[in-house]
Design a protein around this ligand. Structure first.
Ligand code: SF4
Ligand code: SF4
Length: 471
């Protein structure tokens, strides 16, 4: 007899989420509108004579409203990433995958693509029928219209992304006339393709198979974490789920042991990831709350209390209480507030001028014909202000020395947000020196400070090197 083997491969089954109305659906639309408003309109917001939010890669600077971020402010980016990580731990421990269900780009764009699909092809059962029916003119028109609209949204998404990296009106004009840089066309094309394929085709499979967060978020959960859950005891009671009985009150239903779940399947039909929440917690659940809206609609129609599916916790489901204020949450909150405070302080007290000193080590020193030793340094003065300023560079702390700044000048002007890199040549008579390495400082000073205001000075430490045999 031939041995029968069961394949491990299961083909993907397309999910056709049904429309639902309710509190969480409305909340999701509001969040989506705000998110889309910010994403699509922010590039057109002006701040003085420039774009309010601009990632100027060629100029190696970012502008966030009145703040200019230069490469030397990389610490801010590190702090921002740290804050994002702690915030993720904090929110996930407190409210589960609430980020996935309400704020994630994949969720927001999939929602819009699904709305377009439902608008063009109709409700859930119509869409299922349309996919099953043979290819007709009506089907072709609907499919082409849907994909054309998806592509418009994807293209706008891709182009908008590039507007954050170049003056938006200028780049739009360059796109229209075909004069935009190749990298802008490439980036817009890439974003268009990924948006179209991820939000249009892959949808819930991104959350289920691609997103790493879905896999490790369980490690941050505990019995007090908020989850979307089906109240099994109430839904099943002793006799399990049963269709509604005409004329029976809720009290009578409860008395005969029938569960409140009437097995209508509405909660499954509205789920964007296609799961049945009644089977317990599943990693595919993005806690969007749509099954709550669906079940509450059914409960209201039956005259049963709402909340058979609800935001709750394992502890609450087992008859206990949800403890929101627990040591882990408090610790995350304290770290989060402290990190945000440090970042805010660092940004608020940032210096409007920087001086970086680097020794030129090739060669490490030069022996001059008159017996003096020459060392060379690279000085970079950074004007982080929004106006041009004049600066003076000097040196101190190195006896028997002389120095010269490249080009023979010691004062210069730097444009707003720009920097100047110059070489500094330092000569020393080595005889009075006692060590191979002598520390000294370069000093950069803003010299156009209005009278009565505090002078802005930055110092950079440097080391003068003399070979041992010259001492
Ligand atoms: S089970 Fe409910 S909360 Fe979870 S993804 Fe599906 S509809 Fe959203
Ligand atoms: S929507 Fe509510 S009543 Fe209907 S199947 Fe789901 S849990 Fe049961």
């Amino acid at each position: 007899m031939a041995e029968q083997t069961e394949g491990l491969y299961a083909a993907h089954e397309k999910v056709y989420p049904q429309n639902v109305r309710g509190f969480f659906r409305r909340l999701k639309w509001v969040i989506l509108l705000v998110a889309y408003g910010v994403y699509f309109l922010l590039p057109y917001l002006r701040w003085g004579d420039r774009q309010a939010v601009l990632f100027d890669i060629p100029g190696r600077q970012f502008f966030l409203f009145g703040l200019r971020v230069a490469p030397e402010d990389i610490i801010w980016l590190s702090m921002l990433l740290f804050i994002a990580a702690v915030a993720l731990f904090f929110i996930t421990s407190l409210a589960g995958r609430v980020f996935c269900g309400y704020f994630c780009f994949q969720t927001l764009w999939t929602d819009v693509f699904l709305k377009i699909e439902a608008w063009v092809e109709g409700g859930r059962s119509r869409r299922i029928r349309l996919d099953k029916q043979p290819f007709t003119t009506e089907k072709a028109v609907k499919k082409v219209s849907k994909h054309a609209l998806w592509l418009v949204v994807a293209l706008l998404t891709g182009i908008t992304f590039t507007l954050y990296f170049r003056d938006a009106p200028t780049l739009w004009a360059e796109f229209v006339t075909g004069q935009a840089p190749t990298v802008a066309f490439f980036t817009a094309g890439l974003l268009t393709a990924t948006t179209y394929s991820m939000a249009g085709w892959a949808r819930e499979q991104v959350c289920t198979y691609m997103c790493p967060y879905a896999r490790f978020q369980g490690a941050m959960f505990d019995n007090d974490t908020l989850i979307v859950a089906y109240d099994y005891n109430r839904g099943e009671r002793t006799k399990g789920r049963q269709p509604p009985t005409k004329g029976e009150s809720h009290e009578e239903r409860v008395a005969r042991g029938a569960g409140d779940c009437i097995d209508c399947g509405y909660c499954v039909k509205v789920c964007p990831t296609g799961i049945d929440i009644r089977e317990g917690q599943q990693y595919q659940c993005i806690t969007c709350g749509l099954c709550i809206d669906a079940c509450n609609t059914i409960m209201r129609s039956q005259g049963f209390p709402e909340g058979l599916i609800r935001y709750t916790s394992e502890n609450e489901l087992e008859g206990g209480k949800t403890h929101h204020l627990r040591p882990k949450i408090i610790a995350y909150a304290v770290i989060l507030v402290a990190a945000i405070g440090v970042l805010a302080y660092s940004v608020a007290t940032q210096s409007l001028m920087n001086l970086n000193v680097a020794k030129v080590r090739n060669p490490n020193y030069i022996l001059e014909p008159d017996g003096r030793i020459k060392n060379v340094y690279e000085l970079r003065v950074n004007n982080k202000d929004q106006e041009a300023h004049r600066y003076r560079v000097s040196m101190a702390g190195l006896p028997h020395s002389d120095y010269e700044i490249q080009g023979g000048f010691r004062e210069f002007e730097i444009d707003p947000g720009d920097n100047l890199t110059v070489k500094a040549y330092v000569w020393v008579d080595p005889k009075p020196l006692e060590a191979e390495r002598t520390h000294f400082t370069f000093r950069a000073e803003r010299i156009d400070v209005p009278e009565g205001q505090e002078n802005i000075v930055r110092q950079g430490r440097a080391t003068f090197f003399v070979p041992e045999r010259q001492l």
